[in-house]
Write a protein that binds this ligand. Sequence first.
Ligand code: NAD
Length: 478
Amino acid sequence: MKTITIAKGDGIGPEIMDATLNIIKASGADIQWEEIQVGEKVYLEGNKSGISTSSWDTIRKNKILFKAPITTPQGGGYKSLNVTIRKTLGLYSNVRPCVSYFPYVQTKHPKMDVIIVRENEEDLYAGIEHQQTDEVIQCLKLISRPGCEKIVRYAFELAKVQNRKKVTCFSKDNIMKQTDGLFHQVFNEIAAEYPSIETDHMIIDIGAAKLADSPEQFDVIVTSNLYGDIISDIAAQVAGSVGLAGSANIGESCAMFEAIHGSAPDIAGKNIANPSGLIQAAVMMLNHIGLNDSATKIQNAWLKTVEEGYHTADIYNESSSRQKMTTSEFGEKVISFLGQKPNQLQEAHFPKSNGIQLPKYVRKSAAKKVLKGVDLFVHWTSGSVDLLADKLKNASINYPVQLQLITNRGIKVWPEGFEETFCTDHWRCRFFIDEANRSNATIIELLHGANAEGIEVIKTENLYEINGKDAFSVGQGQ
Ligand code: NAD
């Protein structure tokens, strides 16, 4: 018998978890659970991460975590437990199926059946933020080749296992040519290995608009962390309700399953929350651990409950609902339909699968990396950009470097800047290093020069040519 870890969470968490566990038990699934405490209570006991060491031990022992939503206390430096769990356990893939159940759940998109596969560990969610000057704060967007390869390959494997026809990539590589450019490039590379699956790429803005307007044209969508976070809520909402969607967070050895909604403190303790999102997460979990017959049984009973019009308040509608149910009544109704199938909605049938096993990431042979220059980021409020350029030239006069350009928020302001361009106190000053002296030692000398000139350098960024190509963005207007 498989043992999983469960966490009942906060707010409506215990109510929807109890209803869901009762269904799992009644389905006869060969599974037992061990409970841990996470969330608000743990945070307020002074543990800023919201989880204790012994709970980590239990999660790592059982490998599968089934979690109800938790409340992250506002302020006080509490870290989001969800982000911590995903990153600590290497749960690189966040899978959110968004399906409409028309006409039983109201939606403008009766034919919607989309799976969003969201990268879960990197991008702007790496959480590396710094205030650098009085006026400017930076958040680093980190995109890695292993991160892209894992998520894109996972999306294609998922499409294959689930008999899906098309995988669409969303990125913004017309603007972020390096980071999103890598995501798109890896998508193209891996797509070539799956010739039987149709592929497509859309810039995220028009992609999101089309997803909201005509979701039936999408099948599987793969995208990076921030875009995936936003579009999966859009997709769940236009399918009918965020209260209906579950999600899987998949890693190489561990996985976590949860509803996509939060702890809904406004309705907590009233026994009116919809447990469907967590039930959908349970179905994904049972499939993941090979209990596909139980998953099929629960899903069909759930579909029948929705189809028969037994609805919780959030999706209750005079025209399509038969009876308004409490959380526990809804769970009992699903149990009463175990073994039955829906009449109108598409019947579920989850075949036995061994899960998705990705090949181990193989690091490519080292790239040819040539140091070409350095960007000095400077905090400067003491005059015009021409004055700054003069100071920088003075600072570098004794060293084998040439000042190339200065930008402010990415826009070229020297040489030949426009006086209309608004400038903050944060300047990126680009130097190229003479070919004979391309080493970090030259950069250190340049920093000494800047220091002697009273220039406040708040950060440096090396400029490389990698495998013959400049691996840094040019200034806008350059
Ligand atoms: P929320 O999803 O909890 O609630 C948004 C709205 O949807 C509320 O009106 C709520 O009543 C309703 N709702 C949500 N789930 C429902 C359900 N199952 N049935 C019926 N109605 C439902 O979002 P929020 O209010 O922004 O966040 C509340 C708390 O949840 C915050 O502390 C937040 O940090 C946390 N949160 C946790 C998770 C998680 O643990 N995975 C995810 C999101 C938010």
